[in-house]
Design a protein around this ligand. Structure first.
Ligand code: IMP
Ligand code: MG
Length: 177
């Protein structure tokens, strides 16, 4: 991986990510055994986490994807969310887990929960790789959290800054631009 001055200190190594994703996979496998699990990945950031997570499941699971745009500055969300690509299929009666890369203010998560709840899934939960609990603006219930992280802008393992750095195999703090 090429070095880049914009990449600051590493917060989570590839090994730490791998270990935690295995634990989350085991937890989901226990909790959704015998259920009708549908994992809904939030494009694009959650794709990396989701693809590792689904390979750790010991139960069947289907995948679908939704793409949202949340307006705001480069590093801050405004809470105004728009669906760019919707789910392919209805989720009525399904056990749905929304898979997110990161919950920051919680505004995107809250929007997704209320939007998907209106489609009558049997159950609906959120699984987020990262959560910045310090800065949560709205109180959304997050059933599964990989890591609580400090209030810093991070990149890598799916997370981007202006569409860059998603492919880093670790999570690092973005150095001051
Ligand atoms: P929220 O609506 O404030 O919770 O922010 C949700 C979205 O903002 C996430 O799905 C990310 O796309 C983006 N985001 C928030 N914090 C970070 C970060 O530290 N790095 C990269 N993207 C972030
Ligand atoms: Mg993003």
């Amino acid at each position: 991986m090429a070095t880049d001055e914009a990449i600051g200190r590493v917060l989570l190594t590839a090994e730490e990510l791998d270990r935690r994703v295995r634990e989350l996979g085991a937890a989901l496998s226990r909790d959704y055994e015998g259920k009708n699990l549908l994992l809904v990945g939030i494009l694009k950031g959650a794709v990396f986490f989701l693809s590792d997570l689904v390979r750790q499941l010991q139960i069947p699971a289907e995948l679908d994807f939704i793409a949202v745009a949340s307006y705001g500055s480069a590093t801050k969300s405004s809470g105004v969310v728009q669906i760019l690509k919707d789910l392919d299929r209805p989720i009525e009666g399904r056990d749905v887990v929304i898979v997110e890369d990161i919950v920051d203010s919680g505004l995107t998560a809250r929007y997704l929960l209320s939007s998907l709840q209106g489609r009558n899934p049997r159950t609906l939960e959120i699984c987020a790789l990262l959560a910045k609990s310090e800065v949560r603006v709205v109180d959304v219930p997050i059933r599964y959290v990989g890591f609580e992280i400090p209030n810093e802008f991070v990149v890598g393992y799916g997370l981007d800054y202006q569409q860059r750095y998603r492919g880093l195999p670790y999570v690092a703090v973005l150095a001051e631009p």
